[in-house]
Design a binder for this molecule. Structure first.
Ligand SMILES: Nc1ncnc2c1ncn2[C@@H]1O[C@H](COP(=O)(O)OP(=O)(O)OP(=O)(O)O)[C@@H](O)[C@H]1O
Length: 269
């Protein structure tokens, strides 16, 4: 078995960066997923541009989580193709291989190590599968320290670098978790409902953070907070009954008759 520097087995996804020469980082084509005969995703097509920030909206049960689960390998579709760049077939990889290929996922609830400092939390995610003790007692290289500083700067937590993560506010924990993902340098970040439970100020800061990540990373944000979506999205995809109902700017989708009927109706004045 061939292993990488962390001792993890090498797979076809390692040493491969997604081929984005056509400007696309993610291709989801004709994907269907059934649970006991119920189609949670129904011939769904979604294309995410390299460096794009996309918002995914849709009522409860529209299929947003199932779609994220398919992209990250948690759920296998019955039919369809999912490709990372042009050449990496995500349906052939398991969840950890997909993460190592460069797809990061942030779940709604923050899961930081509360007793460890902000710095140590990021340090841990730099070191892959080595385990907590080896990671914390292993001497960091200058390059690794620079990387952690860069992440702290991006997420705006330099002043809190030595705080135990448990002392951070809810919003700061969410940013720290985004930072932990960034330490692994993902090309595509999937972010699930990042501003739930945040104060107005934290929500604004999160909008700035996610916007700043686009370009270097491609970011897909699932969110119910329409004001937040409006503040960050250039392009919005509306899911309904497991398929794409509409796609375009926030103004375009809000003006779309089908969208108004099934999803935004109650928000129109
Ligand atoms: N493991 C499962 N078994 C059976 N049905 C499921 C399963 N996972 C999801 N579903 C169903 O598939 C549909 C789509 O669910 P999904 O969680 O993807 O929607 P969602 O858009 O993420 O909704 P929400 O905004 O509430 O999180 C729902 O009707 C849900 O009940």
């Amino acid at each position: 078995m061939i292993v990488d520097k962390n001792g993890s087995p090498l797979t076809s996804a390692d040493n491969l960066s997604p081929d984005t020469r056509h400007g696309m980082i993610l291709y989801v084509e004709d994907v269907s997923v059934s649970f006991d005969g119920f189609k949670a995703l129904n011939d769904l097509n979604l294309y995410i541009g390299d460096g794009e920030l996309r918002c995914l909206i849709g009522a409860n049960g529209a299929g947003k989580t199932t779609l994220m689960d398919v992209i990250t390998g948690k759920t296998r579709p019955d039919t369809g193709k999912v490709s990372f760049g042009q050449q990496i077939n995500l349906l052939e990889l398991d969840e950890s291989e997909i993460a190592r290929a460069g797809v990061g996922r942030k779940f709604q609830k923050p899961t930081v190590f509360e007793a460890l400092s902000v710095f140590e939390n990021i340090e841990l995610s730099l070191s892959g599968d080595k385990g907590i003790w080896t990671s914390l007692f292993h001497k960091l290289s200058g390059e690794q320290k620079d990387k952690i500083d860069e992440v702290l700067n991006t997420i705006g937590l330099e002043a809190e670098r030595n705080y135990p993560a448990g002392r951070l506010s809810h919003g700061q924990k969410q940013w720290l978790e985004i930072g932990m993902l960034l330490a692994a340098e993902p090309r595509l970040l999937l972010v699930d409902e990042p501003v739930t439970g945040m104060t107005t100020q934290e929500t604004e800061r999160t909008a700035e953070l996610l916007t700043s990540l686009a370009g270097k990373h491609s970011v897909v944000v699932v969110e119910h907070d329409m004001a937040f979506v409006r503040s960050i999205a250039r392009k919005v995809t509306v899911l309904h009954q497991g398929t794409v109902l509409a796609e375009g700017s926030m103004d375009e989708v809000q003006a779309n008759k089908d969208v108004r009927e099934v999803y935004l109706g109650e928000e129109q004045d």
